[in-house]
Design a protein around this ligand. Structure first.
Ligand code: PLP
Length: 379
């Protein structure tokens, strides 16, 4: 199998696994326990917290460990909603469902919400924001890089705009970390989400980075872990792995720039020669992502055919793969439903190589020819 679905999840890096194993195989202790085992677990968590903070240029005290990027995003939205019942929530039309769904749920409870459009190149359009002067936007969530298209938003500009209006800002940096520079302090964003399994760490651990000025209620309550902001006994081995994965992100960015960018260029050029339309081609994108379609070819049929031949790709985000609806990201970019149905995503990883790309391109060419012949016979 050749794996081209790294935006869905990565593989645990061997160095990460090595650091996790002692915490999986030996008696760990509960970090809340007041004995040597407990203290050792607590110390290990704090060391991991420092590594996570360092990877995004935040202070360790700003890091709240959670169990997923989905949980971090739900936490900030619901935590703000509980403390500020008058909040007007705004989000971009291309956000991951773990942002849009909790906001839509709040809208049913009476909160004012606004979905902000993007242009045909997937970029948030500040000029299109309709900000009601009687009830202006007070919370804004815009993702740093999109999981389907790889398009990178101009966040400094968006945050500057929001700050002038005293809006609380959050960014979902789940797809950005380890691929582009993520700097919590420099961005001056109020909250940020990152997730371990997208950066060669284990699944089931993530973080919400929170500016201490933001007064957020807990979403998960109980034993008071994570300064009361996220209760539940910590997943120590996963947190240790997340810390190590964060420590490796700079090295991964170098690999992506040096080794993976040329593969992306090759893929785009060859796909276009075969007649593909590349989504968001004129926007700045992550070095590892190519989202494309062939007119007249059904995306899921091509995906299944390639899967049979040993290639793992995606039709959009893995989280919505049970959903046959066309990608909401492409629809927001003004792509027709018919074209969006054909969309396929390649997302490369740090160890992807030219041989894999060459092999894939040969297989794709032959599958395309076969499917075109079938379509012609059916017509
Ligand atoms: N945000 C983005 C942009 C994502 O791509 C994903 C996962 O695909 C998530 C959030 C959810 O993260 P997790 O899988 O850790 O719940």
């Amino acid at each position: 199998m050749i794996y081209f679905d790294y935006n869905a999840t990565t593989v645990i890096h061997p160095e990460v696994l090595n650091e996790m194993i002692p915490f999986l195989s030996n008696q760990q202790g509960n970090p809340a326990s007041n004995h040597k085992f407990g203290r050792r677990a607590q110390t290990a968590i704090e060391e991991a917290r420092e590594k996570v903070a360092c990877s995004v240029n935040a202070h360790p005290s700003q890091v709240i460990f959670t169990a997923s990027g989905t949980e971090s995003n739900n936490t900030i939205i619901n935590g703000i909603a509980q403390n500020y019942p008058e909040t007007h929530f705004a989000y971009s039309a291309i956000e991951h469902p773990c942002i849009s769904e909790p906001i839509k749920s709040l809208s049913k409870k009476g909160f004012v919400t606004t979905k902000i459009p993007v242009d045909s190149q997937g970029m948030l359009d500040l000029d299109k924001i309709e900000n009601d002067s009687k009830n202006p936007i007070s919370f804004l969530s815009v993702m740093m890089a999109n999981n389907e298209t790889g398009i990178i938003q101009d966040l400094p500009k968006i945050i500057e705009w929001a700050k002038l209006k005293k809006i609380i800002t959050h960014t979902d940096a789940v797809q950005a970390l380890g691929k582009i520079t993520v700097d919590f302090e420099m961005l001056e964003v109020d909250a940020m989400t990152i997730s371990s399994h997208k950066i060669y760490g284990p699944q089931g651990v993530a973080a919400l980075i929170l500016n201490k000025k933001i007064d957020m209620s807990a979403f998960i309550m109980g034993g008071g872990q994570e300064k009361g902001l996220r209760s539940g006994t910590e997943n120590i081995a996963a947190i240790i792995g997340f810390g190590k994965a964060c420590e490796r992100t700079k090295e991964h960015m170098v690999l992506l720039n040096r080794n993976i960018k040329p593969l992306q260029v090759q893929l785009i050029s060859e796909l276009k020669k075969m007649g593909a339309l590349i989504f968001g081609e004129n926007s700045e994108r992550l070095n590892n992502t190519v989202f494309f379609t062939f007119k007249g070819i059904d995306g899921s049929t091509l995906l299944t055919a390639l899967d049979r031949k040993g290639f793992a790709l995606a039709s959009g985000s893995a989280c919505s793969s049970n959903n046959s609806e066309p990608s909401h990201v492409l629809i927001a970019m003004g792509v027709s439903e018919e074209i969006a149905q054909g969309a396929i995503r390649i997302s490369l990883g740090i160890n992807s190589n030219k041989n894999e790309v060459d092999t894939f391109l040969i297989a794709l060419k032959s599958e395309l020819e076969r499917l075109k012949q079938l379509t012609a016979i059916a017509a």
